[in-house]
Ligand binder design. Sequence first.
Ligand code: TXA
Ligand code: MG
Length: 356
Amino acid sequence: MTSGPAEVLPISSDAPEPELVERAAALLRTGKLVAIPTETVYGLGCNALDAAAVQRVFDAKERPSSDPLIAHVDGPAMLVSVAATPVPESARVLMDAFWPGPLTVVIPRHPDLPDAVTSGLPDVAVRCPAHPVAAAIISAAGVPVAAPSANRFSRVSPTSAAHVLTDLADRIEMVVDSGRSVHGLESTVVAFDAGGAIVLRHGAIPLEAIQELVPARALGGDADADRVKASPGHDERHYSPRTATLAVVPGVLADASAEQLAALARTGVRYAGYSNRAPELPDGWDFESLGSIDRIETVAHDLYDALRRMDRPDVDLIILELTGADGLGRAIDDRLARAASSVVALSPGELSDRLG
Ligand code: TXA
Ligand code: MG
């Protein structure tokens, strides 16, 4: 706990002011917790080499110690302070292509890294953010910065300084405010085995872009059951609103008969779908547009803000329509399904059962 609410420090995202960057960096160097803007979401940063500071991050988020953090670096020179060298070849190829940027690689760790960062695992997750403010702060701090998303555990990730304050204001020393996050979805987390790359978490870099460079597959299927179990961060409930939430496959209401729609009528239901395929809703339901499927980057950018906005006392139930799209759609659908604790209705009949 801290002695008061976090200081909010605005820093220009295009031209970060060096003296402001240094203030944030100095706090990080002395073991303090500083929420920083990245191009994906806001991260809750601390000095990755300071075990006590890392422990405070877990406490502030109420995150289980079994769920490891991403170490953020400013480039290859800092990478060697958190990872073992040489880096596996497939990881090297992807880092060359996507760093700085929203790609996190899971690779063998450096022996001196505090165990808490990796939850004792032999591998560390590493990312080199492209956001000018994140990059400047890490460089000025001169140490790798361990940073999970700056939300309370299992809640929706923050894409603005205001979101961070809602969750963590009394628990951290500073929030650097550089406006809305660019992507609005977390980085893509990739591990490696003899067969190439395995996407552990879909994110801002689509699977298809990775497959252009190295053999790659998404974690899933029977062959991966053991790996899913051993993989941290695979709780079904995650990115969750407090309001009861369920997900539906695309077009589920378009298939509903007039009788089925009438039977679903009630108030307090918020149906989040897409402006270019808005369905006919049962009486009393309100529509919330997540944007147009034809502009999927914008859907991603605004997604977490929409989830937070819908999560209000006068809303009894949130229904989230999956995109059914590939590319970024996979990451969006992953987050929507988890927001609904993986409760996905596949037909109008199933939907009424869930509501009943
Ligand atoms: O975009 C992002 O990745 C943001 C920004 C702040 O960089 N960070 C972020 O961190 O989303 P977090 O902690 O919310 O999610 C990190 C994910 C978790 O699912 C965690 O389980 C996984 O990465 N992870 C971390 N270290 C790992 C490891 N050694 N092996 C496997 N998965 C790991
Ligand atoms: Mg997170």
